[in-house]
Design a protein around this ligand. Structure first.
Ligand code: 6GU
Length: 285
């Protein structure tokens, strides 16, 4: 998978190269290319934002900077593209003109054609809520680009126009407001990349993730058996796998009922599940 991120704070994306994602890069399963939006800014002040039409506080990011940036990133082709090829395109940004960048960049998809447009994710608190189901779907993408907005967002025409070259998704990572999209990109990229086959060693470890069966995961324990006077639940030491599985299912159900009861509306419950919920004392109350 190839990730392209366009941002005015490239160093904010450095964590994408560390830990789990860094390992995926070393394994050749992932490449990460971060582009400084200012490379596409024009004029002496290299402005990337301006005051909003209609008035109001804050600044809006300029379409005549974002348009050429997203055109150039879309034009980068294939996994054969190297880091230097990517930055060669990036550096050509200033020489390009907005006027000739639209119709010629491959924008028509007839019926029955395979849609080869890369995915463009635009993080915004006004987006659709990001979910594990999206992460699962996006883990099969060959290319994902991210457009990080700051201030009061990006001129909406940029998103509209980008549909000519991308499949565009505006997504939110939760009901709170961040200063910009960069941290949301870190969140989304980590959730997606860990699901790429081979990136996480053990396949079972994401089949059993919270949310993958619609429930929260229950508690986990390791050695020692007794710690500060607290015992590991005895069933986990019993060696009875059926009993352990049933206990874990019950813990998931009880925790979900206590912390995220709305999730249970979309889960099909067996009679045995209902019994566990009726009888159970949740550890969280
Ligand atoms: Cl995706 N972006 C920004 N800027 N703020 C957010 C968000 C995204 N999700 C929640 N708040």
């Amino acid at each position: 998978m190839r990730l392209d991120v366009v941002t005015i704070f490239p160093e904010y994306l450095d964590p994408l190269r560390h830990a789990l994602l860094g390992k995926a890069i070393e394994q050749g399963r992932l490449s990460v290319h971060v582009h400084d939006l200012r490379q596409w800014a024009t004029g002496v002040h290299q402005a990337v934002d301006d005051s909003p039409y209609g008035g109001g506080p804050g600044m809006v990011m300029k379409p005549d900077v974002w348009g050429p940036a997203l055109d150039d990133v879309a034009a980068i082709t294939g996994p054969a593209d190297t880091e230097s090829a990517a930055s060669a395109v990036a550096h050509s940004g200033q020489a390009r003109h907005d006027e000739n960048s639209g119709a010629d960049v491959g924008s028509s998809y007839g019926e029955g054609d395979v849609d080869k447009r890369p995915l463009l994710i635009v993080p915004t608190p006004a987006g659709k809520p990001f979910t594990q189901e999206m992460a699962q779907r996006w883990s099969h993408e060959e290319r994902i680009a991210f457009a990080c907005g700051r201030y009061e967002g990006i001129d909406q025409r940029v998103v509209e126009d980008a549909e000519n070259r991308y499949r565009v998704e505006e997504v939110s990572i939760g009901d709170y407001v961040l200063i910009g999209g960069e941290v949301a990109v870190l969140v989304i990229a980590e959730a997606v990349v860990r699901l790429i086959p081979g990136v996480l060693g053990n396949k079972r470890s994401h089949e059993e993730d919270s949310f993958s069966d619609g429930l929260l995961e229950g508690p986990s324990y390791t050695k020692p058996r007794e710690w500060r006077g607290l015992e590991v639940p005895p069933v986990l030491l019993s060696g009875n796998h059926a009993k352990v599985d049933r206990w874990r299912r019950d813990q998931s159900l009880l925790r979900t009922a206590a912390r995220r009861p709305e999730l249970l509306d979309d889960v099909s419950l067996t009679k045995r599940d209902r019994k566990a919920l009726d009888e159970g004392e949740s550890p969280e109350g």
